[in-house]
Design a protein around this ligand. Structure first.
Ligand code: NDP
Ligand code: GDR
Length: 356
């Protein structure tokens, strides 16, 4: 290990991006501190493999904490004095934010403010760089396609409205106090580590499970929504690059390709050898599998959102030119990887009925 390895603090370390970022930073020689929430069940599954005995000078160190608890955040920041903070923690599910709007605002909006204030209170403005997990959901009701850094925002959910506050407080603290703080405006990025209730993982798990005879059908909401889906492993590299520049700035990360939920599902089922018939009327429209006489995919209005984001497509030219970042994995390759991993996983451990 280097004499003075760089130190990073990741909020949301137990999430999808937290796990990939931990791997990336450990490989670069960082000491990685992470904030995890107290939970009655294990929530560290994604970072289990980086765990080292706390008595053996570990390179990944976990702290209990929560973005809704200022004193806790200040204390951790004081102990760790990180050179880089990656604020990935959030109530990140758009549909859930309609059910828990106040909590979402507290964690996603005010939580970001709490971290920035901790930097100020501790006098770390000149030494701690800050990454904020901003989102393509800020664009919401799209005014311009493709969306880039200059595209106007129009949030369409309590989640997006909370992230809008976080976006602007980051810009404000950069301008007001000279903190090196960046917004990464990331379009959807997925992986085998994606949370099971986001649509991509829900589909790939269901395709795997149906092909193994463990599940009969999949219920989905809006099949016509289109997203710009990339691979999470590549996006965490972009986060790090944003904090290595001479000047702080905001960047879009995206692939520049939009795909519908329907197309994503067709590819996932194709990868397990099942053709879904969507065309025509009646049963076919609901995903009737003519060859096998089974209805595989059904629309359930429960998954419709009060206000929907129909179409997102990003333009990452600025990141390409200034950071040298570009995506590598295509959405088709992403589907294949996620399905293959889920088939492997479910062969060993069938899905519990309560999580369907
Ligand atoms: P996940 O939902 O997988 O992870 C969220 C993380 O935040 C988890 O570690 C979760 O803990 C933690 N968390 C939630 N609430 C709190 C809280 N109150 N205090 C402390 N920690 C909390 O999200 P992703 O990894 O996919 O996304 C990372 C960030 O990037 C999020 O802020 C998300 O909004 C944003 N984003 C994600 C995109 C994507 O496509 N993935 C695109 C654009 C932005 P626990 O494990 O205990 O639940
Ligand atoms: P999103 O991701 O809202 O884009 O937010 P999600 O996968 O939840 O939805 C994508 C689109 O699919 C439609 N959809 C369904 N969605 C879910 N979850 N479940 C369903 O059954 C279903 N059927 C159709 C949705 O309506 C939507 O249009 C993700 C999160 O990671 C955010 O934190 C992040 O900021 C954005 O991506 C960029």
């Amino acid at each position: 290990m280097a004499a003075n390895p760089p130190v990073a603090l990741i909020t949301g370390i137990t999430g999808q991006d937290g796990a990939y970022l931990t791997e990336f930073l450990l490989e670069k020689g960082y000491i990685v501190h992470g904030i995890k929430r107290r939970s009655s069940s294990f929530n560290t599954g994604r970072i289990e493999r980086f765990y080292e005995d706390p008595h053996d000078d570990p390179r990944m160190i976990l702290h209990y904490g929560d973005l809704t608890d200022s004193t806790n955040l200040i204390r951790i920041m004081q102990q760790v004095r990180p050179q880089e903070v990656y604020n990935l923690a959030a109530q990140s599910h758009v549909a859930v934010s309609f059910e828990t709007p106040e909590y979402t605002a507290n964690a996603d909006a005010v939580g970001t403010l709490r971290l920035l204030e901790a930097i100020r209170i501790l006098g770390l403005e000149a030494t701690t760089r800050f990454y904020q997990a901003s989102t393509s959901e800020l664009y919401g009701l799209v005014r311009e396609t493709p969306q880039r850094e200059s595209t106007p925002f129009y949030p369409r959910s309590p989640y997006a409205a909370a992230k809008l506050y976080a976006y602007w407080i980051v810009v404000n603290y950069r301008e007001a106090y000279g903190i090196y703080a960046c917004n990464g405006i990331l379009f959807n990025h997925e992986s085998p580590l994606r949370g099971e209730t986001f649509v991509t993982r829900k589909i790939t798990r269901a395709a795997a499970s149906i092909s193994l005879g463990q599940q009969d059908r999949l219920y989905l909401g809006n099949l016509d929504a289109r997203r710009d889906w990339g691979h999470a492993r590549e996006y965490v590299r972009g986060m790090w690059l944003m904090l290595q520049q001479d000047e702080p700035d905001d960047f879009v990360l995206a692939t520049g390709v939009a795909t519908s939920v329907r197309q994503f599902a067709e590819w996932a089922f194709q990868d397990v050898g099942i053709d879904i018939e969507w065309r025509g009327t009646g049963l076919e429209e609901k995903g009737f599998d003519r060859a096998n006489g089974r209805c595989l995919v059904e629309i359930d209005p429960r998954y419709f959102r009060p206000t929907e984001v129909d179409f997102l497509l990003g333009d990452a030219s600025k990141a390409r030119q200034q950071l040298g970042w570009r995506h590598e994995t295509t959405v088709r390759e992403l589907v294949r990887e996620m399905v293959a991993e889920d088939v492997q996983l479910l062969r060993n451990e069938p899905i519990a009925r309560s999580t369907l």
